[in-house]
Design a protein around this ligand. Sequence first.
Ligand code: CP
Length: 307
Amino acid sequence: MSFKGRDILTTEDLSKDDILEIMKVTEGMEKIFKEKHISDLLSDKMVAVVFLEPSTRTRLSFETAVHRLGARPITIADARSSSAQKGESLADTARTIEGYVDCIVIRQPVKGGAKIAADAVNVPVINGGDGAGQHPTQALLDLYTIKKEKGRLDSLKVAMVGDLKFGRTVHSLSYALAPFNPEYIYCAPEELQIPEGILSGMKQRSIKYQLSSDINDALDADILYMTRIQKERFNNIEDYEKLKGSYVLTRGLVNKGRKGITIMHPLPRVNEIAADVDDLPNAAYFRQAHNGVYLRMALLAMVLGRA
Ligand code: CP
């Protein structure tokens, strides 16, 4: 199925063939990036990069992708500088921006908000993170990273550690990798364990998983995917204070883990990976962040009908 005009809202919407196609186009974009740096593939296009929640990687890698493909971005980088602050609805914001651009990338705090925007407009909408819902472009760059680091996507044991309740990256990753026969270890404090809705999605797909609160269980995996306990998602600061230091991955713990275990993290980290892990060859998290540009170049080119 062509991607031209498609919204990218969740990874549940993507088939195995879709994902393999995205991986193939991303490889091509990495070559363009490394050999030519700038392409004119989208030189007649404009893209709105609308971020109503904080971001470093997603917003800047999307903006980089837009420039690298010769398109032009318009940007909202701070909710306080948009008319959302005056009470404008997401649908009205999207309808307005639709008249200016060929594609909208949006991050905002409401779960399901990217779909509200997409339903209101005819240009493709890419979800850059919808509250505690999904972060599909992160999961796709995670898969691209896994493929580069491990040489395959199939039959991997993946441990996800940290805030699995509010962590939209692990929700999206669970679905994105599901067509590739994974086994999951969900490791979190009881209060932040993976939502029932995701577990029932995994059951429907016959994905093997185990639940744990002990990081030692997560060390027996091919991929150790650490996440931040997200202060901004808690209603009550005392609850955050109680849980914030639940897991700290140290070099000593990595050395106890499965041989060749790959350490990933969507970033930003606070203190959940100690600095002494960073120079291990299997610490992939900064390579992971860099892969985001190639993946986002691919998605923009695909939804705009040029790849
Ligand atoms: N991984 C991620 O979404 O990072 P940012 O919040 O910095 O975009």
